[in-house]
Design a protein around this ligand. Structure first.
Ligand code: TXA
Ligand code: MG
Length: 330
């Protein structure tokens, strides 16, 4: 479907942030079908969506984010039935999909020749990353649009992922036709990316579904990047730096002048920090993940000299939190 002169007027009128009610979701679906970009909430972070079957829409996503073309996008579908039309699923894939979809898990699978997906979405790879998000607005939008939706996180490339509609507006402003507001996202870190194209499943990115739960479901999982051979199969790890503009320092306990602190756990932090925000006072990793990106943004202010973070355990959601923090600290 081509956008008409009439729908161009319609686009200007609807530009901006809209509460994600039924009418706004219907408008967003129409925009997607017309090849436009729409930002929408998922349970992890906000996504910048475009019709995954349209080269022009997918190219517009890369352009809006300033994202390198070699970094492939996740294709979003309502569930397993739609995923089966795009990719080849084996028993392992069906087991994890049944267990964790809809939810914060992305599967890298062999793309079907008949998928109809833009090849730009998978950046020249013969695989495709697929996910069924759990957010009610995302589900309603995907069903209304009726097409698979390519959606990276709705931030400029290399920046912190957005967990509110306001973050999206700050990051992408008028590069997006409509931003659906569904409130702050619940999980707060992106989906876990699991590559199922090899003999042994491989974790490409820790995220909202923990490695522990995945291992319970499918047995042994390799971790990408451990041993050089895996590295070329995880292009995303070259890109996102999740970076605030202020320098970030991990496993910190002593204040440097003008520095802010992101604290985790009940211990009273030492004096001397210009400002302290608690990811979670009780040491709850889910709460910390939900707070992480919004707090990094809040502390990324010129009057602060840097951001220090206290140690966070490398288990459960702590793996995803530490992964994002390590990349932000580079
Ligand atoms: O939670 C999420 O996954 C969010 C929401 C919007 O769904 N999306 C998201 O997309 O985080 P993005 O583009 O920021 O991250 C996608 C990751 C990148 O690391 C990318 O390299 C990897 O998935 N990826 C995508 N397709 C791939 C493929 N065919 N093979 C290997 N990695 C792939
Ligand atoms: Mg991203």
């Amino acid at each position: 479907m081509r956008p008409s002169a009439q729908s161009d007027t319609f686009l200007r009128i609807t530009h901006g942030i809209a509460p994600a009610d039924a009418a706004a979701i219907a408008r967003a679906a129409e925009l997607l079908r017309a090849g436009r970009l729409v930002a929408f909430p998922t349970e992890t972070v906000y996504g910048l969506g475009g019709d995954a079957g349209s080269d022009a829409a997918v190219a517009a996503i890369f352009a809006a984010k300033g994202r390198p073309r070699f970094n492939p996008l996740i294709v979003h579908v309502p569930g397993l039935t739609e995923a089966e039309t795009l990719a080849r699923l084996d028993d392992r894939a069906r087991i994890v999909a049944a267990r964790f979809w809809p939810g914060p898990l992305t599967l890298v699978l062999a793309r079907k020749e008949t998928s109809g997906l833009s090849l730009l979405a998978s950046a020249g790879l013969d695989t495709i990353a697929v996910r069924a998000p759990a957010h009610a607005v995302a589900q309603a939008l995907l069903r209304a649009a009726g097409c698979p939706v390519a959606a990276p996180s709705a931030n400029r490339s290399g920046r912190i992922s957005p967990t509110t509609s306001r973050h999206v507006a700050e990051e992408l402003g008028d590069r997006v036709s409509l931003i659906l507001d569904g409130g702050p996202t619940a999980v707060g870190v992106e989906s876990t990316v699991l590559d199922l194209t090899g003999r042994v499943p491989e974790l490409l990115r820790p995220g909202g579904v923990t490695l522990e739960r995945l291992r319970e479901a499918v047995g042994p999982i390799e971790i990408a990047g451990r041993g050089g051979e895996a590295a070329p199969r995880s292009p995303g790890r070259l890109d996102s730096h999740y970076a605030p503009e202020r320098p970030l320092r991990l496993d910190a306990w002593q204040a440097r002048p003008g520095e802010a602190l992101l604290a985790f756990g009940p211990d009273e932090p030492p004096p001397g920090f210009a400002e302290v925000l608690w990811l979670s006072r009780t040491g709850d990793l889910a709460e910390a993940a939900a707070n992480l990106f919004a707090m990094l943004r809040r502390l990324d202010r010129p009057e602060l000299s840097g951001i220090a973070v206290t140690p966070i355990p490398e288990e459960g959601l702590g793996r995803a939190i530490n992964d994002r923090l390590r990349r932000a600290a580079r």
